[in-house]
Design a protein around this ligand. Structure first.
Ligand SMILES: *Cc1c(COP(=O)(O)O)cnc(C)c1O
Length: 244
């Protein structure tokens, strides 16, 4: 980029460099504590509200996965993102009528939580001659106001959507309830890990349990200790979000 960045953006880029080193270090430690290495855990930068200049700086620093959680915002940034070295995931709540904006454009949709949504992704993937990688989002805390499928419905949903063409189920995603006690939080993360392992053991066709996406700024180390291999970190990398 030849364009000169404003002082504010420069400061944010500098802060990101420092934060990224720190987060990578903490990921490495948690990975080791769970019998793995840093390479076994993917760091996905959650980039909502972050200016595209700062995201691209992060990509040049080696961030190779980013996640957006609003279709509109992703649309605004998409063409400016330096995507050659970086996977773009969709991680937010998704309405069926917005699927058309994502299929063939993002590398993975992490937030699939209904048969209807999966069918629409499948339909458009076939039409556009692509395969779309998805994760199933699980409402592990069974919270009424939260998206995600209920754990007891997971198996049934898997059975229904694993036969859909143009779709590849590659793992699970979750956002557990806000917990004050670590023990409760670990219980949710461990439950997710258990579902992940159980499904993997069944070796169903078209279901590859490769990614267990859980853990954010406040709890990614806990998630890794419980088996996460993809963590989604926003504010600890980019600073507090500044909503426009
Ligand atoms: C914003 C967001 C994150 C990151 O949250 P932080 O607490 O800022 O790290 C992770 N996952 C999803 C789905 C998000 O929307």
């Amino acid at each position: 980029m030849t364009e000169k960045l404003s002082e504010e953006l420069q400061a944010r880029c500098l802060a990101l460099e420092e934060n990224l080193r720190d987060i990578r270090e903490r990921i490495a430690q948690a990975a080791q504590a769970s019998g793995r290495t840093e390479k076994d855990v993917i760091l996905l930068a959650a980039t909502k509200t972050v200016p595209v200049e700062v995201i691209n700086h992060g990509i040049r620093l080696g961030i190779d996965y980013i996640g957006e959680n609003r279709v509109q915002e992703l649309e605004e940034k998409y063409d400016q993102l330096e995507r050659e070295k970086c996977q773009v995931h969709f991680i937010g709540h998704l309405q069926t009528n917005k699927v058309k904006n994502l299929v063939g454009r993002v590398d993975m949709i992490q937030s699939v939580d209904s048969e209807k949504l999966a069918k629409e992704i499948s339909r458009l993937s076939v039409q556009r001659e692509v395969t779309t990688d998805i994760l199933l989002e699980v409402n592990v805390g069974k919270e009424t106001a939260k998206s995600g499928i209920m754990p007891e419905e997971l198996e049934d949903l898997l059975g229904k959507i694993c036969i859909l063409p143009g779709l590849r189920i590659r793992g699970l995603m979750a956002i557990p309830p806000i917990c004050d006690e670590k023990e409760r939080l670990h219980n949710y993360f461990s439950l997710m890990s258990q579902y992940f392992v159980d499904i993997k053991r069944k070796k169903s066709d078209n279901v590859a349990m490769e990614y267990l996406s859980m853990g954010m700024s406040g709890d990614f180390e806990d998630a890794i200790l419980c088996g996460a291999n993809l963590v989604r970190v926003g504010s600890s990398l980019f600073g507090q979000r500044q909503y426009r």
